[in-house]
Design a protein around this ligand. Sequence first.
Ligand code: BYC
Length: 310
Amino acid sequence: ETAEQHAAFEARIAGGEKIEPGDWMPAEYRRQLIRMISQHAHSEVVGMLPEGEWISRAPSLRRKLILMAKVQDEAGHGQYLYHAAETLGATREEMVDALLSGKAKYSSIFNYPTQSWADVGMIGWLVDGAAIKNQTMLAGCSYGPYSRAMVRICSEETFHHKQGKEMIVQYAAGTPEQRALAQDALTRWWWPSVMMLGPHDKDSTNSGVMSNWGIKTKSNDQVRQEYLNEHVPELLELGLTLPDADLHQDADGNWIHGPINWDEFWDVVKGKTGLNKERLATRNAAHDDGAWVREAMLAYGNRLRAQAAD
Ligand code: BYC
């Protein structure tokens, strides 16, 4: 890598151009993108599990159809993202192996259990809400395939966000039991969703290089602030209580949260607490169960190629 190559690359980014597959890029730019896009893809795939558990227990046909559509969307997001990482030279096999063997990270949020139906609504509102804030920022990123995948994913996530919010608004105004379920779900999902947006900027090891190269266009704390400013007033308006005694608005109208328990965050990321082992066991079982599909597709592909060669 020469200084001239770096300078030309950085000038393209400064000029707002998208970097496309096949263009020259620094090895570290490629490595960072593969790291982040593959983690993002794994998060979509593992993210199907906490809500997927509730498809057979949905309270009505309407809720079941919506949840099935949402979970299917997450599988589609995983697909676009694995493809985006493939444009950088990563293979599907190595990415899937990294997930299944526990080497790869995926979002901390999916190691928390879903304990009631109201969790499905709360995940839609809070988790998809946090994801939209983060992904709207990434839609402006400098790598073309990732940025375009984010545009489509965000429009689908907007539906996920709305269905979750609609459900919680209804339960918060419902029977005392429904209200209690909504409150309990909020109490358990609030802090994990705030943490999901990543460590504070001062502890965000990757942010420097990612911001310089236009992959991240806002910092973790900036995105978290946007997330709080949108969600806190809406949750309070429903008469729900946020589990943060220090939460307050500053003079600029920003909602300021109390201290975050980062020990909990890192324990969950590293699988010391939470459902990491169960999630990986479920993914491994699904992968093994799907072996016959991969074999059949390979055999079919080989037959087509052999016919074409005749
Ligand atoms: N969980 O330097 P930092 C969805 C790691 S799914 C686990 O700030 P970065 C949905 C980080 O990887 C959408 N690990 O990292 C699906 C790094 O470790 P490494 C999920 C985390 O990358 C189904 C270390 O901490 N969205 O919406 O600059 C149903 C230092 O952090 C987490 C994405 O994946 C975490 N939460 O910034 C419902 C978005 N946070 O890799 C919904 C794409 C940090 O150096 N990812 N770490 O070993 C990103 O935008 C960025 O990766 C983050 C973190 C903002 C999350």
